[in-house]
Write a protein that binds this ligand. Structure first.
Ligand code: ATP
Ligand code: MG
Length: 410
């Protein structure tokens, strides 16, 4: 409890106090409670309340109302944004047979009951300084277990994203998935398949990027059949996936590593990213990183001219992604490859036609014309990549004079 209050930002307290001042009740719910128990700050903070959204909005100076149709008002008044969501929950709890203060409690319980996992279905009542934990989420946090609220098969049937979320939390928290929940994953495939790619992608990004354990959760994705649906191309290397933990917490870098482990080619890697509706930028990044990886020798890293040619072909961003992946997956000789690449970048050697000490106009003066100009510049770049010391005007003009001014027949 003390730990909870230590992690809770002032904004959460302010929101809940403001709700109270206006006669409404607010409790901290969801990931914020879970993460505080685990001794970490949550990425976002959720408050559940008995006040309807339009009232919530009227209590605060600055709000965003984009989630209002789902009952959520984003309060922007404090130091961090806080999402305030009106209790949601159905059925028997809300039959109105109980006195009002108990109705509040049962409303809260109903709201918690619709949540996916026990560790995500706890609330902290800041005013009463009390944890509300009807599904024994604290016990599951203590035993490091991912378990559905209620019958797993039923809960997965309601929302096919939940089995993937279970695997995601197994990865990000390093927890095991309880037996009934694991069993239900296998039978939830039909529902899982219908879930929008964007939602699946967000979970995969968190699983990969924030995972502290990957072999076990990826094995779970394989054995449940979920990986066969989202990326059959990546099936088969689960056991090696913990190696990806040596990479920075960057989902698409780890994805590129996964693709490389499975020897998936660049085009296929990009196609998986596109299927997952990743941004064009992330898709291109993965594709280029994997392409750069496939042009690295497995035994020892390229040096000298080979290194410059490799960087010239793939560009520094893709090269440094590939170097990171090679550091954790290739031979020990790659251990210092990222550092070697950084030194090269700092030295700013000429790596492109634009870096050459002469240009097309200079070649025109020597009698080159049309396509022969571009072709000759490329040859000169080859000379300079071999030996950056040759990148001065007089040397390159001299070399150009030895080359035919006729367009290359090849
Ligand atoms: P993160 O650290 O990634 O933000 P989180 O647990 O806060 O993790 P969110 O996606 O932000 O996850 O969702 C907030 C809360 O909403 C969850 O803790 C959970 O209680 C509930 N929730 C989210 N998605 C679902 C779902 N698909 N089914 C049921 N409850 C869900
Ligand atoms: Mg959250």
């Amino acid at each position: 409890m003390q730990r909870l209050e230590r992690w809770m930002p002032a904004a959460v307290r302010m929101v809940i106090d403001t709700l109270a001042k206006n006669g409404a009740r607010g409790v901290l719910v969801g990931g914020g409670v879970r993460d505080a128990f685990l001794g970490r700050a949550a990425p976002d903070w959720d408050v559940a309340t008995d006040a309807p959204p339009d009232r919530v909005a009227s209590f605060f100076r600055r709000v965003a109302r984009t989630g209002e149709q789902h009952g959520t008002i984003m309060v922007l008044t404090g130091d961090v944004p806080v999402e305030v969501t009106t209790f949601r929950g159905e059925g028997p709890y809300l039959d109105g047979r109980r006195p009002s203060h108990v109705v509040f409690l049962t409303e809260l319980e109903a709201d918690l009951a619709r949540r996916d996992l026990t560790i995500n279905a706890m609330a902290y009542d800041v005013i009463e300084r009390r944890i509300v934990d009807p599904f024994e989420g604290i016990a599951d946090l203590r035993t490091a277990r991912v378990r559905c609220v209620g019958r797993a098969a039923e809960r997965f049937g309601e929302d096919g994203l939940r089995p993937l979320r279970a695997a995601r939390f197994a990865a990000t928290l390093g927890f095991d998935v309880d037996a009934e929940t694991t069993e239900a994953m296998r039978s939830a495939l039909a529902t899982f398949e219908r879930v929008a790619w964007e939602r699946k992608r967000v979970e995969m990004e968190k699983l990969l990027g924030q995972g502290v354990r990957l072999a076990t959760p990826v094995a779970l994705l394989e054995s449940s059949g979920m990986l066969g649906i989202i990326a059959p191309e990546l099936v088969g290397v689960a056991a090696d996936c913990d190696k990806l933990l040596g990479l920075p917490r960057d989902p698409w870098l780890r994805f590129a590593g996964w693709a490389h482990l499975r020897r998936v080619d660049a085009g296929t890697s990009g196609a998986i990213a596109a299927r997952w509706r990743a941004s064009k930028q992330d898709g291109r990044r993965v594709e280029q990183a994997v392409a750069a990886l496939t042009h690295l020798g497995t035994a020892s890293p390229p040096r000298g001219a080979d290194l410059r040619r490799w960087v010239a072909n793939h560009g520094f961003p893709a090269a440094s992604d590939a170097a990171e992946v090679a550091r954790v997956l290739a031979s020990p000789l790659y251990q210092r490859f990222p550092a070697a690449l950084r030194r090269l970048a700092a030295a700013r050697p000429p790596l492109a036609v634009a870096d050459l000490a002469i240009n097309g106009t200079d070649l025109g003066g020597l009698g080159f014309a049309g396509p022969a100009i571009g072709a000759t510049l490329k040859k000169l770049l080859g000379v300079v990549l071999e030996n950056p010391g040759h990148n001065d005007r007089s040397t390159l003009l001299a070399v150009a004079k030895t080359l035919s001014t006729a367009p290359d027949p090849t």
